[in-house]
Design a protein around this ligand. Structure first.
Ligand SMILES: [Zn+2]
Length: 196
């Protein structure tokens, strides 16, 4: 085998791996499908940031997006990028994005998936606060920082009406609110960066 032929085969193999990797990731890591939601059969996007599997519910989805976005922005500051949200109206759609029992799920700063029972503005605000956490603190931090900070912030600042939440969520919210009060007028994100 000539060196040229060997190089050619290697190039083809490397290209195949690079092409296959995202496809495999989409297939195996279902929440990553939020990156290209229209790959899921039946999902349509009215714009890059607003998708659903039921065109008849676009107006309801748009209104929820608007309310949840405003609530999250007022609580945790303006978003760097407008978050993409996929509103699933059927369990099949939620399942295709890998949602189990959750009402909604945020996939770092890639986007948000909402299950049929998650069509409420406080759920959306909760998830968009996680999106903002990923923008400010990074995706790794959202996965590794204390739950009372990450989840407590989302439950508290989304105005979640459930009092009390089931444990450990109520405890996380209480701990976050005590910390939030303790930082006074300091910038919340600067203070949050110091929490390990
Ligand atoms: Zn959460």
């Amino acid at each position: 085998m000539t060196v040229k032929r060997l190089l050619c085969i290697t190039l083809v193999a490397v290209t195949a791996v690079l092409v296959a990797a995202p496809v495999t990731a989409f297939a195996l890591v279902k929440p990553l499908r939020v990156v290209v939601p229209t790959l899921v059969p039946g999902v349509i996007c009215i714009k890059d940031t607003l998708c659903t599997d039921d065109a008849a519910k676009f107006d309801a989805a748009r209104a929820l997006y608007h309310d949840g976005y405003a609530k999250a922005r007022d609580a945790v500051g303006p978003f760097r990028d407008a978050p993409r949200v996929v509103f699933c109206s059927t369990p099949a759609c939620a399942h295709a994005f890998g949602l189990g029992a959750q009402a909604a799920q945020t996939v770092g700063d890639f986007g948000v998936i909402v299950a049929p029972r998650g069509w409420k503005s406080f759920y959306l605000a909760h998830e968009l606060i996680h999106y903002r956490q990923a923008e400010v603190l990074g995706n790794l931090a959202v996965a590794t920082r204390p739950k009372w900070l990450i989840e407590g912030m989302a439950y508290s600042l989304s105005g979640d009406p459930r009092h009390p939440l089931t444990e450990p969520f109520e405890q996380w919210r209480t701990q976050f609110e005590a910390w939030h009060a303790s930082i006074g007028t300091r910038d919340m994100w600067a203070a949050a960066r110091a929490i390990r």
